[in-house]
Design a protein. Sequence first.
Length: 405
Amino acid sequence: MALQGGSAPAAALPSSALAFARTEYHERLAAVRASMEAQGVEVLVISDPSNMAWLTGYDGWSFYVHQAVVVSQRHDPIWWGRGMDAAGAKRTVWMSHDHIFGYEDWLVQNPQAHPMTVLAELMVDWGHGTASIGVELDNYYYSAAAHRALTAGLPDADVSDATGLVNWCRAVKSPAEISYMRRAGEIVTEMHRVIAEVAEPGMQKNALVAEILKAGALGTRGAWGDYPAIVPMTPSGMDATAPHLTWDGAPIPRGVPTFFEIAGVHRRYHCPQSRTLFFGEPPNNYRKAEEALMAATAAVMGAARPGATCAEVARSFTQTLNRYGFEKTSRCGYSVGLSYPPDWGERTMSLREGDETELQPGMVFHFMPGLWLEDGGIELTETMLINDASAEYLATTPPGLVVKP
């Protein structure tokens, strides 16, 4: 089975074309290799597009077909994917072109053959046929059929689960990453400003979502807006008793909550934030819920600092919320950063009981104190950066409910 894309000139992109300095990519590779060594993994097959982008710079909407980055201790990473997407790899990754390989198009969505067979052959050619190989077994983008085909093509290798290995290397953000997330924070602030300005009773929800998406794409101060890993969540009334419903063409109603869970995005780095809108004075139970969430948020911002654990932060939230007569059984936050659909979370740390991960400067969380009540829901969420001494918000949207006449 022939590979495409490996015969191009062995040239790498100039540093000016990369999202980060080449030295930062090398530091990331060193961190991944150290983690591989600690876990007894000689060769790592990365299929999560977020991890592929973080390690190599690759950025393309190609994650609906099989693709991977192969990391070893001896060579620069290998990008492998659909043949036509090799051109995109040449435009975005820091490695030389002789580390880019594309498989033939007849393998795409072909029930009679699988692209992972070709990847296995490539890995044998590079001397990995008997290696200890880690794969991202519990990942959206690595299917059961992919695993079966890869392991069948590597019968002498020891294939094990390395899910999360790269994700954990991404937990502490570099100054350059934080700068992108601050720009994303400016963008989501502008998106919420647009909601507060243009939303009117009876306005079709899809029309408002169009304005939200427009503001997100336009960006701010020259920082262009990227597409979000999750589309806007915009339920109203009883639909808002569920956390993950999107929009329709119905008019936005008066007297019931409509919450907006959205994210500003710049260069794939996300800053999620939610606010809840009322036309008319909110009912008393929502004012009480607002008061409880604001107090619990203040408690979290006081507890979130280097050295504290995720569980301790979650406990400060839960205990405060309970004092106000409310209860939340799900986690109240999770790590965020660079991501692709269908999820803007990093799938590592969670702010919940039992997670004893210690907070470090440079970690970023979507603090998510949503409450879903009997007749609606209220979301007042923030993305917070752990700095050298405490925590800070990455967006400046005014706190509390958004109330319009």
